[in-house]
Design a protein around this ligand. Structure first.
Ligand SMILES: Nc1ncnc2c1ncn2[C@@H]1O[C@H](COP(=O)(O)OP(=O)(O)OP(=O)(O)O)[C@@H](O)[C@H]1O
Length: 229
């Protein structure tokens, strides 16, 4: 199957106030269309840094990241923002919903930012809220939702643009075990149905083992023979 997202020989070193912190070293990997991949590693191993580089939120010190055949480094900031808005979905440990907007408006936001009319965007957002079982909470503000409900709204928001890939950073890390399990199952089910590639970074080995493929990262390096290419 076609690679939708891949990187070649990327390294990342942070340089802050005279301190040099090497974090990732010579990582190459490829994510195929519709594939579910876990990036597994302990705290501080560099998982979030790798996810940020794959998402184009930060640039590698060396090497390149390609998404849908485009080298992210060759894109202007506005081209990159548009690609992220239209083709990527993001889910974080904490939901990052906008407090002053309803659940429906939060889910519709990526579509509105992408230029869709309020009427069409709200219709699509309502469908997604239905998919995550929250039709009855459309008009609730985030503060009036439970932690699991907020994360379901975040899933709906991440999928509303029919992205090619969803990138998730410990999406169940802030929930109790049983709610976390439900959220994880929902994410897997919806992304398989929509044939969206799904990359999750986690330290949870049992969660990672249920993805199509696990890439283990240790001290900023991928363990051998796991590139997927
Ligand atoms: N902006 C930064 N400047 C300097 N060092 C950083 C910066 N961001 C991250 N680091 C360092 O990079 C290393 C990897 O961080 P990262 O957040 O990628 O790890 P992680 O595997 O996601 O950890 P966790 O599971 O605890 O979130 C850490 O040692 C961290 O201190």
């Amino acid at each position: 199957m076609q690679d939708v997202l891949y990187c070649q020989h990327i390294s990342k070193t942070y340089n802050d106030a005279g301190n040099t912190t090497p974090v990732l070293h010579d990582i190459s990997l490829a994510i195929h269309g519709g594939e579910h991949v876990a990036i597994l590693g302990s705290s501080g191993s560099g998982k979030s840094t790798l996810l940020h580089l794959l998402a184009g939120l930060d640039s590698p010190s060396e090497g390149d990241v390609y998404f849908l055949g485009e080298n992210l480094a060759s894109l202007s900031p506005s081209q990159l923002a548009e690609l992220r808005n239209k083709k990527m979905g993001f889910i974080y440990q904490f939901h990052h919903l906008l407090a002053e907007f309803t659940a429906l408006e939060n889910v519709a936001m990526p579509l509105r930012i992408g230029g869709m009319s309020a009427e069409k965007a709200n219709e699509k957002a309502a469908q997604l809220l239905n998919d995550v079982g929250l039709s009855h909470r459309r008009e609730h503000m985030p503060s009036a939702l439970s932690g699991g409900e907020r994360q379901r709204v975040a899933i709906a928001r991440a999928l509303v643009n029919n992205p090619t890939v969803v990138l998730a950073d410990e999406p169940t890390g802030n929930l109790d075990d049983s709610t976390g399990e439900q959220i994880y199952q929902l994410l897997k089910k919806l992304s398989k149905e929509k044939q969206t590639a799904f990359v999750v970074v986690t330290h949870d080995t049992s969660l990672a083992a249920r993805m199509d493929r696990v890439l283990s990262i240790k001290d900023g390096e991928l363990l051998a023979n796991q590139t997927g290419r």
